[in-house]
Design a protein around this ligand. Structure first.
Ligand code: ARG
Length: 476
């Protein structure tokens, strides 16, 4: 912290705070330490200055600031912003938060005119505005990261459309699926995440500035002008609700928590599949790490860390939900606790999305291992049962017959690909030579012709559907 700034806050025994008029004595050290938020809310400086410039223009429109005063203030605010951008600004804990650090510096630089800036405004509406602008800005960046990830997954799906993967339920081999189909399954979850992000950003569409501390202000301010200036769709309708509301932050944290859950599930598969037991994929050296003791190790730390970060994303949501519970209307200082969870979720989501992108862009796919698992684990057993059904055997009976064939194969250490038609006929005379096609994993996927199934035609349809959906949801 800058010494001069500290002095400006604490240079005599009386309070020199911007709000210090009625105080006889300065605040104690512990009060400063508990109440100061500048060490984290400095991140809102761009939004704060953006909001103040709009406010100042509005004050000029209603004749509280002259044209010249407005221009001077705007110029000075932009120069403060430049200093912060260039890391030349020293924040001071004694000015508590970002709002007062900027205001105090403005007064410091241009003198008394700066004292007019807070006319008809409270930090309560100011912080609501800053947070909404921040979520809109960061929401845009996160949407882009999600879109890049989705584009990558779609491209991989196109490229690997002929690779067949064992599909799982209960983590037991179930039925063959196209690797593309699997990638697109995760893609749909990310599409829903963009939709949830859109909802969170839409919750930031009512402009809060100009409601004052809680009751409205004693000026005919022009909130409609502020709305246009700040790029919102509408203005809030109730001053008390405006300064009490943190639903939009919770919406963002909820979006982040669900996205974190999706990322953790994807990463869990990357961890499993890159193990030597599965070896379906090989993660690149660039996203794996070694062990300090076991020279042979290649650990999927990035996938594990992203999986692990889901915990803090849930925690951030729970943290703010709990902070908000039971708060009486309107603004309460508890609400300052909204920022660290929000900032942490923004950082975590961005980091995780970039990490997953890097892992899937650089991984190698081992089709042979996938094929071995498909063939040795009776993944086409359902097709065998359906074959009998097509030839008139009731499904429950055919299920029983195939169950016995599987048992026979296991006992004799053979699989569906080295059992002869003659042997099959011992279980049911319905089996004929055409059974060979039925057991083929790729042909098995081709028979999944139901809408949304894993046949090539359906997978291609899905890719088209995703592209259409992506156009629709990313321009919102
Ligand atoms: N730093 C405060 C926050 O983050 C700003 C609003 C303070 N308002 C007040 N009346 N003390 O919530």
């Amino acid at each position: 912290m800058n010494k001069n700034n500290q002095k400006r806050g604490m240079d005599n025994q009386k309070s020199t705070k911007l709000w210090g008029g009625r105080f006889q004595n300065p605040t104690s050290d512990i009060t400063e330490r508990i109440s100061s938020s500048i060490h984290f809310d400095y991140r809102l400086y761009k939004q704060d200055i953006h909001g103040t410039i709009a406010h100042v223009k509005m004050l000029n429109r209603i004749d509280i600031l002259s044209e010249e005063e407005m221009r001077n203030i705007e110029k000075e605010l932009l120069s403060i912003k430049k200093d912060i951008d260039e890391n030349k600004f020293e924040f001071s804990a004694s000015f508590e938060d970002i709002h007062m650090n900027i205001e105090a510096e403005l007064i410091n630089r241009i003198g008394d005119i700066g004292r007019k800036v807070h006319t008809g405004r409270s930090r309560n509406d100011q912080i609501a505005l800053d947070l909404m602008l921040y979520i809109k800005d960061e929401g845009g960046e996160i949407k882009l990261l999600l879109k890049n990830l989705i584009d990558k997954l779609v491209n991989l799906a196109k490229e690997h459309i002929d690779i067949i993967l064992p599909g799982y339920t209960h983590l037991q081999v179930a039925q063959p699926v196209r690797f593309s189909h699997y990638l697109l399954a995760h893609t749909w979850a990310f599409i829903r995440d963009i939709e949830r992000l859109n909802t969170a950003v839409k919750a930031c569409e009512s402009m809060p500035l100009g409601v004052g501390a809680l009751a409205g202000v004693n000026y005919r301010n022009d909130r409609e002008f502020l709305r246009q200036e700040l790029g919102f769709n509408k203005i809030t309708s109730n001053s008390m609700d405006t300064v009490s509301n943190r639903d939009f932050v919770l919406d963002f944290l909820y979006f982040s928590a669900i996205l974190g859950m999706h990322l953790s599930r994807f990463c869990e598969e990357l961890v499993l599949w890159s193990s030597s037991e599965f070896a379906f994929i090989r993660l690149s050296d660039s996203v794996t790490t070694g062990s300090s003791i076991m020279p042979q190790k290649r650990n999927p730390d990035i996938a594990e860390l992203i999986r692990g970060k889901c915990g803090r994303l849930y925690g951030n949501l729970l943290s703010l939900l709990t902070t908000m519970k039971g708060l009486p209307l309107t603004y309460n200082r508890d609400m300052q606790e909204d920022k660290e969870p929000l900032f942490d979720s923004v950082d975590t989501v961005k980091l995780s999305l970039e990490g997953l992108f890097e892992m899937i862009s650089t991984m190698k796919i081992n089709t042979e291992r996938m094929n071995t698992s498909i063939c040795s684990n009776f993944s086409t057993a359902t097709d065998l049962a359906d074959y009998l059904v097509m030839k008139g055997v009731p499904f429950r009976e055919s299920h029983g017959i195939v169950g016995k064939i599987v048992q026979h194969c296991e006992e004799n250490r053979i699989n569906f690909f080295n059992i002869s038609v003659e042997e099959l006929q011992k279980f049911s005379s319905v089996f004929k030579d055409d059974i060979v096609n039925i057991l083929n994993p790729e042909l098995s996927t081709e028979r999944k012709i139901s809408s949304g199934g894993t046949s090539k035609k359906e997978v291609i349809k899905q890719i088209e559907g995703i592209n259409r959906k992506l156009m629709e949801i990313t321009i919102v």
